[in-house]
Structures are given as C-alpha cells and as structure tokens.
Write a protein that binds this ligand. Structure first.
Ligand code: NAD
Length: 421
C-alpha cells in the first residue's frame, strides 16, 4: 500500500495550492523543503548486555509561526521521507487550526513489539539525549505518535529536565495527567474528526441521525471515532477494520459491544455474533473502503485510497482522520465524483490542538476542566472547518487545496514579516 512516497505527495499537494494562489516563487521554494533535518545515531544497552545502535530523526519543517510541534514514531519502517511529509503536514495543520506553532516530526527506527519495557525506556532517554540541543519548550515540542505512548513522553520529559537542570513539562505533550498531561487529550483527535463531520453535514444538509459510517483503523483515533460517532452524532457505524481484518453489520456495530469483546479476548473483534467478517487484513479493509456508507473514516495508515479504488468509494463524506490516506490521483477522482473530503490536516487537527492546550496549561501551571478543553477544541475545529469550507466555495477548488491555501497564506505572511523572503 505504501509504494507512493508520502513526501512527494506532500510536495505535489503544496505545488497545486501554490499554483492556485500564484504564490511568490521564493516562498514556494522555501516551503517545498524542511528548514532543518536532524539524523542521530545513538547507542543503547540491551537487556542481554549487548549494545545496539539506533537511528533517529527529527525534522523541523517550518517555524515561522512558532516553535515546531509534532509527534515521534517508533517504527521499524520509519524513513526520512515519511518524517518529512508528516512534518510538512504538521506545518499546515497548526496553521489551519490557528495554533502558534510550526510543524515538526520525528522518529526512531525500531520495532517496539520486539523490545522490553526497559529497553524502550533506554531508547526514549537516549533519543532525547541525542536531540536535547534541538528541542525545547520554545524550540520544538514533540508528542506521541505511532507506537509511542504517554509513558514514552514521561521518560522523555524526565530525561530532558535532568539534562537541562529544570522541570520542563512543556517540552513535550501527550504526557500522563499526573505529570502535566491535559484532560481530554486521549480522544481529542477523534473528537475533532467528529466536530468536522458535524459541520460538513450542516453544510451538505445531511441528516446524521442513523447515518451509515465505516471506520478503517481501530487504534486511538478509530476506536474513539466509533464511540463518538454514536454518542455525538447519533450515527450508525456499520463497519470497522484494523490490520487484522474488517467486520460489518447492517444494523450497526455497537461500540460498547465491540470494546467489551476486545477487552475479553484481547484482539480485534473477529467472531462476534450478528456481524459479518469482510476478510483478513488488506482484503477486508479494501472491501470496507468501498461499502455503501454515508461517511467513510480512514483512521489507519497512508495511501489507502489510490487511483485503483477511488472510483469505487460510495461515501458522501470522506473524513480523513489518518494522515495522508488519499493519493493525489485518488483525490482528483473523488473530487470529480462529488465526494466531500475533509482533508487530513484539518480533520485530525484535534490532537495537536489539545496538545497546544496542554503546553499552555504547563506554561501557566494552571489546569482546565475537561469541559473547558472540549469547548475550546470545538471552537477551534469549527472555525478551522468554516475557513476551509468558505475558501473552497469562494475559489471553486477542492477542500484540500482550500485548506492548503488558508495555511500557506498564514505561514507565508509570517515568513515575510520576519524578513525571510
Ligand atoms: P494507532 O497505532 O493507535 O492505530 C492504528 C490502527 O490502524 C490500528 O488499529 C491498526 O491495526 C490499524 N492498521 C494498521 N495497518 C492497517 C492496514 N493496513 N489496514 C487497516 N488497518 C490498519 O494509531 P492512531 O494514533 O489511531 O493513528 C491513526 C492515524 O491517525 C495515523 O495516520 C496517525 O498519523 C493519524 N493521527 C493520529 C493522531 C493521534 O492523536 N493519535 C493525531 C493526528 C493524526
């Protein structure tokens, strides 16, 4: 599924919006590449006493609007181009959500499924040690991402604080509540996705009560998106999938039933009475993407919608919870077919928005209630959605291009005001 280079996709998306904007050549050139790219190699003692060298990345794409911000992945297939693409998307994401941050991203090439807890702790601390001069509360603020958790963030924050001789909860977000995490961070991304779907439905005159939804990916985002689609929208989730496969029920899959089943059996819900198994892995997920639903939520990995399957998507709304789920070729087909796309860096901006709230709370040493967090998140997401929707309508362009236009203008203005271009 990943034959498309995500950084080339990010550059092509930028080029398209730059063209419509008639963007100044010098700004366009500056925005096509990251400002700073760090590659670090560091040694970690393994449980068997041997020493292993790991490679880590940190990309600071653009910091015109503020310190760079973005997650850290621990993944065996992590590549510099993936990190660069994700850092670019973070730049557009923070800009569209009107958060005073630039975009960044990082990762360590490792397979967490083959590492013990103490090895993971030593890798986390060694990575921070290697990048400690480049990150900081006013420079670059990491967060969790694929295969990193609030515990990873806790180790990293502690290590950074030790190195600098200060207590610095604001160097990293996504921390456990007990050491400065924000209430409401756990389901913030999914909540943001749901808010944008609610706004899209208003614009499209779509009745969400009983609307049919398919969710691909059942991790942090997909799991909560299922729950909130039921609770907040009154929608009916008819299909869910993860790397193991996908299941379907015409009557709707109740979140409680699925989550209870997962707790009991410890794996994704395969054999649940009253549900149809669509197939293992890629086969089941390919079917899920083409189901007759009102709303499709890809919440797993990149490049799942391509020129091969885009024409078969039957959803009216495509809410891109995942980063980069749609290739540029698929994008054009979907737009032609009238699918309303809520583009990734708008749709999934809820996570970084609450991360920003966490940083604000850390810096003020004053913490908000969950309802305060939700209320502020709703305001930010609703405003970001409206900006993009209006821009698309005014310029007669697709939503992704409109989102890029809104974001690029903010970043370009900051670069010009600073005298960079
Ligand atoms: P996660 O690791 O918790 O879950 C990922 C899910 O995708 C798992 O259920 C996994 O089984 C499934 N998956 C993996 N490969 C698959 C495949 N080939 N087909 C179908 N399912 C597959 O990750 P997450 O935090 O839920 O993130 C999901 C997506 O959302 C990613 O693209 C991530 O970058 C994006 N995102 C996450 C956040 C956040 O706050 N967690 C914020 C913004 C964007």
């Amino acid at each position: 599924m990943n034959e498309v280079n995500p950084f080339e996709t990010a550059q092509r998306q930028l080029d398209k919006a730059a063209d419509v904007l008639d963007l100044d050549h010098s700004v366009h050139q500056a925005l096509r590449e990251p400002m700073r790219t760090f590659i670090v190699n560091f040694q970690v003692e393994m449980d068997d006493g041997s020493t292993k060298t790991f490679k880590g990345y940190r990309v600071q794409y653009n910091d015109a609007l503020g310190p760079t911000k973005g997650g850290l992945r621990f993944h065996p297939d992590e590549t510099l181009d993936t990190v660069k693409a994700l850092a670019a998307w973070m730049t557009w994401k923070t800009a569209v959500a009107d958060i005073p941050y630039g975009g960044g991203k990082g990762g360590v090439v490792c397979d967490p499924t083959e590492l013990s807890e103490s090895e993971l702790e030593r890798i986390s601390r060694a990575y921070v040690c290697a990048v400690s001069d480049f990150i900081g509360p006013e420079k670059d603020i990491p967060a969790p991402d694929v295969y990193t958790t609030s515990q990873t963030m806790a180790w990293m924050m502690d290590e950074f604080s030790k190195i600098k001789g200060v207590n610095a909860p604001d160097v990293i977000t996504g921390k456990p509540i007990g050491i400065g995490g924000s209430l409401g961070r756990g389901d913030a991304t999914a909540r943001g996705v749901i808010y944008t779907i609610r706004e899209a439905a208003k614009e499209l005159g779509m009745n969400l009560d009983g609307a049919r939804v398919a969710v691909q990916g059942y991790g942090n985002v997909g799991f909560h998106a299922h729950k909130l689609a039921e609770e907040q929208l009154g929608a009916k989730v008819v299909a869910i999938g993860d790397a193991e496969g996908a299941i379907y029920s015409d009557d709707g899959l109740k979140h409680k039933k699925i989550s209870n089943n997962m707790k009991e059996h410890g794996v994704f819900a395969k054999d649940i009475e009253g549900t149809e198994f669509l197939g293992d892995g890629d086969k089941g997920n390919a079917e899920l993407l083409e189901l007759p639903v009102d709303i499709l939520i890809p919440a797993a990995i990149e490049n799942v919608l391509t020129a091969k399957n885009a024409d078969h998507v039957r959803a009216e709304v495509l809410a891109e919870a995942a980063n980069g789920p749609t290739t540029p070729e698929a994008d054009e087909i979907l737009y032609e077919n009238g699918v309303y796309i809520i583009p990734d860096f708008l749709c999934n901006a809820g996570g970084v928005t609450v991360s920003y709230f966490e940083w604000v709370q850390n810096r003020n040493r004053y913490y908000w209630s969950k309802s305060e967090v939700y209320e502020r998140l709703d305001k930010k997401m609703t405003k970001a959605f409206a900006d993009v929707h209006e821009r698309a309508r005014e310029e007669d362009v697709d939503n992704r291009t409109a989102a890029y236009m809104v974001s690029i203008e903010k970043v370009a203005e900051a670069m010009k005001l600073r005298g960079w271009v």
